[in-house]
Ligand binder design. Structure first.
Ligand SMILES: NC(=O)C1=CN([C@@H]2O[C@H](COP(=O)(O)OP(=O)(O)OC[C@H]3O[C@@H](n4cnc5c(N)ncnc54)[C@H](O)[C@@H]3O)[C@@H](O)[C@H]2O)C=CC1
Ligand SMILES: O=C(O)[C@H]1O[C@H](OP(=O)(O)OP(=O)(O)OC[C@H]2O[C@@H](n3ccc(=O)[nH]c3=O)[C@H](O)[C@@H]2O)[C@H](O)[C@@H](O)[C@@H]1O
Length: 436
């Protein structure tokens, strides 16, 4: 089967490589010429485990191609996935300009049947707009009788585990409005799930909504646990115990219950905002999600508050170290990362900041510039520090030599934004977690 994937970001590149791995002929298209040139040379635009060898293998097998001109690819394929970004607009709603731009480009050069599948996260009604944009361009060219279908196939992969998530999904959600689209997508997804076909077919608006509802539910669990964690601190309970206590109830489950210094990334923050805005556009207020956002915004500021309180608001000129910059381990993505909020607070308060991340240092330099010191490793970061902030729970931070860390620091204050450490008192650190 020949397919095109438009937009070669986290979702497009992973989807393209995985479909190629399963034997499909995949044409990945992006307007970013530099990115495409690099990919042709085997250089990955993102850090994602298992992705590079998979891309290399499939490029060598001529199953995975990287292109910049959609009009040249279109005649070769039957299915076109749209996987471009849908960043937040000023009011929080999803900016659909890239999606609709792709739709118009398709309409401008399509001359035989295609199935257009929206994989980007888009609000209910977007597939209808995609269809209208394609139809308009076809009509302008006098190709009004060319048939096509649209479908919605939101993606649920997580960064840092993207290949695994894509290849072994809990379920694949597909919104269709024709049997032909259903057959094509069944054919495409069947090889991924030979013995356990978990494609949930539904109508298109429900598929579009499912994506937002899933992210909003996960974000709600996190903010709920962060609220509980903060209360635990007031009343002297340990949120780690509480988490285990409630997570072992099978109705609740143990996943996505980890309190911390707030959720980041390109999706939870933007999708929660977009869903709130969709509701407003329809005259409805999402009260729970407003609170989810509030709690998260506050949570991102908590680490600085703990530090500031510890030093009785006398933090100007203090040296601090930050371990972890990406919004989660396993990725170099810093979109909406808590580290950015913390760094801004620290710099505004006049602190000297040293940072270290195993993978996201280049991305941090691009975003923050020379306002902080970029340490060579985790030990270099803590030299003379008055506090160490643990912000992203990379594995290499799990079991450092605490002796070396303590010896290097000016004051062994450890502020753990991910509740990873349980150090014996004899190690001599002042420890602060979230809700413990
Ligand atoms: N990042 C993630 O983990 C997940 C993202 N999503 C959703 O998938 C969509 C894509 O997200 P990411 O992959 O993170 O985005 P991204 O920002 O990493 O990549 C988007 C790509 O689209 C390209 N692009 C923009 N306009 C284009 C056009 N007219 N023609 C061709 N290419 C164009 C950009 O150059 C860029 O390379 C979003 O809607 C996002 O919400 C869904 C699940 C997971
Ligand atoms: O739509 C998307 O883009 C994706 O968004 C999330 O995936 P992702 O943002 O890549 O990463 P997560 O593992 O969900 O983590 C998001 C944030 O929540 C935080 N988190 C996660 C879990 C938890 O228990 N506690 C917690 O604070 C993480 O530290 C991170 O900052 C969803 O998990 C994916 O299913 C979805 O496809």
């Amino acid at each position: 089967m020949k397919i095109a994937i438009i937009g070669v970001g986290y979702v497009g590149l992973v989807s393209g490589a995985c479909f190629a791995e399963l034997g499909a002929d995949v044409y990945c298209v992006d307007v970013d010429e530099r990115k495409i040139a690099q990919l042709r040379e085997g250089v990955m635009p993102i850090y994602e485990a298992r992705l590079q060898p998979m891309v290399k293998r499939n490029v060598e097998a001529s199953r995975l191609h990287f292109e910049t001109d959609l009009s040249l690819v279109l005649p070769l394929v039957e299915i076109v996935f749209i996987a471009v970004g849908t960043p937040p607009d000023q009011d929080g709603s999803a900016d659909l300009s890239h999606v609709l731009e792709v739709a118009r480009t398709i309409g401008k050069s399509m001359d035989s049947y295609k199935l257009i599948v929206c994989k980007s996260t888009v609000p209910v009604g977007t597939s209808r707009k995609v269809k209208a944009a394609i139809r308009e361009e076809l009509d302008k060219r006098g190709f009004g009788d060319v048939e096509f279908d649209v479908a919605s196939n939101p993606e649920f992969l997580k960064e840092g585990n993207a290949v695994e998530d894509f290849m072994k999904p809990d379920r694949v959600v597909v919104g269709v409005e024709s049997d032909r689209a259903k057959e094509l997508l069944t054919y495409l997804y069947k090889p991924m799930q030979l013995n356990n076909f978990r494609v949930l077919f539904m109508d298109i608006p429900s598929a579009e909504m499912t994506k937002y509802a899933a992210n909003a539910m996960l974000a709600t669990r996190i903010s709920f646990m962060n609220d509980i964690a903060n209360l635990c601190e007031y009343v002297g309970a340990d949120v780690n115990m509480v988490r285990r206590g409630i997570g072992s109830d099978s109705r609740i489950g143990s996943k996505f219950l980890y309190p911390g210094c707030g959720y980041g990334g390109s999706c939870f923050p933007k999708d929660v905002k977009a869903l709130i805005q969709t509701a407003r556009d329809n005259g409805y207020e999402m009260r729970v999600l407003n609170a989810v956002e509030d709690v998260n915004a506050r949570q991102k500021k908590l680490l600085f508050e703990k530090f500031d309180r510890y030093y009785n608001h006398d933090v100007k000129g203090r040296k601090v170290a930050i371990w972890g910059l990406s919004f989660k381990p396993g990725t170099d993505d810093m979109r909406e990362a808590t580290s950015l909020v913390l760094i801004q607070q620290l710099l505004e308060a006049g602190c000297e900041v040293s940072v270290y991340d195993p993978i996201a240092m280049d991305e941090a330099k691009r975003r923050i510039g020379d306002k902080v010191r970029y340490a060579n490793d985790l030990y270099d970061a803590v030299i003379d520090a008055d506090a160490l902030f643990h912000v992203t729970e990379w594995k290499e931070f799990r079991m450092p030599s605490w002796e070396v860390v303590k010896r290097s620091m000016n004051n062994p204050l450890l502020i753990d934004g991910r509740n990873v450490y349980d150090l014996p008192d004899s190690f001599g650190f002042t420890y602060m977690g979230i809700g413990i």
